[in-house]
Design a protein around this ligand. Structure first.
Ligand code: SF4
Length: 461
């Protein structure tokens, strides 16, 4: 298991028919965004009519038919998470509501202290409780969501279930994705378009940064558009987090990954070309990048790892050693493809460096003559504060070599690449530079959050 992980995914549907099965399917299509907890809340139209079920575990292995029958109603929300059970359900001055979000509240401690001083109590103190309580202090849901924009430092894509329908909102920077879709008799909102597409509905558009919507039998109504000083879409969504079949803020994830891989190939071409036999991917996240490398370089694409779909429960292992052992079992080497070959191996990022070290070792033990590692993202130098679970500075491999975090010049980047290559036993390592990365995504640094690479907080720039 990599130590950069997704955090959460949200889904909501307003339908003319019972909706629990559709929410179950919807959050199932978002499972890659969080595998520890899952939950659904539905509304059947009466007063005090929210029903909710949450589980520890994945969607398919957790919800039963009895759960889905109990979850009566034609509108509802769902959630998958790495950290916490959501949705959370409340009785409040706004009536009965349920809330789920994807993101991170950076000033959660400060807000919780302020609330406790004003007599509020917390069940767990999770981010979602803080968000909910800010909303519930106001006279209506829209005013409450507007208050989030003033009080919350961080990122949120949010769904709120009420008797009026489903309120959906995205923070003013648009860190985490949120999409609208529609199908016969129903309207949906989802963290990623793949849930909408795979439920055979039409993707309508992204929720805009700062937009507050109500979704009900009238369709989508924008109730408010809060001014956004700039966007800060998480660049890591396109490189790693989002599913290859999603489109986020107008850019297809597959296209983004192909372009990032092509950019790596372009650098190799410009630096004299590579004498190699095959280009391959670390599944699954490296596939789009490797295909992009292949497209630009014309080096043959080859599968060198077989993904074992039945060994995917590494999250249940009790410690890091056990998790890494299980992660290793997920991929077996295809020795026939590798023996005697000079391999370019593409992946999205390097966190600690242990996983890619095992992959290089596996390929060499299977007879690969050379392994050249190509990484789509620039080196990870800073933890994420906006809802992606990166580890501390101490666990970021690149940070161990450049403690001050500066890798902006090509000279520094090349110096780091040589050190990482030595650490992981590769014949060479190259990353996309920050400039190459943004230009492959076709966006400027002012549109993106790049904080885990350059340390710049987009809410302050
Ligand atoms: S810090 Fe990195 S992972 Fe976090 S939101 Fe920004 S780009 Fe995404």
């Amino acid at each position: 298991m990599k130590s950069v992980q997704d955090n959460c995914g949200v889904f909501g549907v307003y339908s003319d028919a019972e909706c629990s099965h559709e929410i179950y399917d919807g959050i199932g299509f978002l499972q890659h965004r969080g595998q520890e907890y899952c939950g659904i809340a539905t509304h059947d139209g009466g007063n005090d009519s929210i029903r909710q079920v949450t589980h520890y575990g994945k969607v398919a292995g957790s919800f039963t038919n009895t759960d889905l029958e109990y979850l009566k109603g034609t509108w509802g929300i769902g959630h998958v998470s790495l950290w916490e059970r959501q949705p959370v359900q409340w009785q409040s001055q706004l009536g009965q509501i349920a809330v789920a979000f994807s993101g991170n509240v950076r000033n959660a401690d400060e807000l919780a202290i302020d609330m406790k001083n004003r007599g509020k109590a917390f069940y767990h103190g999770y981010n979602v409780e803080i968000l909910s309580k800010i909303i519930m202090e106001e006279q209506d849901v829209v005013t409450g969501i507007r208050a989030l924009a003033e009080k919350i430092k961080g990122a949120y894509s949010l769904v709120v279930l009420t008797k009026d329908g489903i309120y959906a909102a995205r923070d003013i920077y648009g860190f985490r994705p949120l999409m609208l879709g529609k199908g016969p008799g129903r309207y949906v909102v989802s963290s990623e378009s793949r849930a909408i597409q795979n439920l055979e509905m039409e993707v309508v558009r992204d929720v805009r940064p700062g937009e507050i919507l109500l979704i009900n039998d009238k369709g989508f109504q924008t109730l408010e558009q809060i001014d956004s000083p700039r966007t800060a879409h998480c660049a890591f969504e396109w490189a790693y987090t989002a599913s290859l079949d999603s489109v986020i803020d107008g850019l297809h994830v597959q296209e983004a990954r192909n372009q990032l891989g092509a950019s790596l190939a372009q650098r190799d071409i410009e630096e004299g070309g590579m004498e190699v036999d095959i280009v391959a991917a670390v599944p699954m996240s490296g596939i789009g990048h490797a295909l992009g490398y292949h497209g630009r370089s014309k080096v043959s694409y080859q599968e060198v790892f077989l993904y074992n779909r039945y060994a995917d429960r590494s999250y249940t292992q009790p410690n890091q050693v056990a998790r890494e052992k299980m992660a290793k079992r997920k991929l077996s080497v295809l020795g026939y493809a590798v023996k005697g070959q000079r391999v370019v191996l593409c992946d999205d990022s390097i966190v600690r460096g242990t996983q890619i070290l095992y992959k290089v070792l596996d390929l060499k033990q299977a007879g690969a003559k050379e392994v050249h590692v190509r990484i789509a993202c620039p080196p990870l130098m800073y933890p994420c504060d906006f809802g992606i679970s990166t580890r501390s500075y101490e666990e970021l491999a690149a940070r161990q070599y450049f403690k001050e975090g500066d890798i902006t010049s090509m000279e520094r980047l090349k110096e780091l690449e040589a050190l990482i290559a030595k650490q992981i036993g590769a014949d060479s390592v190259k990353y996309n530079s920050l400039d190459a990365f943004t230009s492959a995504l076709g966006m400027s640094g002012q549109q993106l959050c790049l904080k885990c690479f350059d340390g710049v907080d987009p809410t302050k720039s």
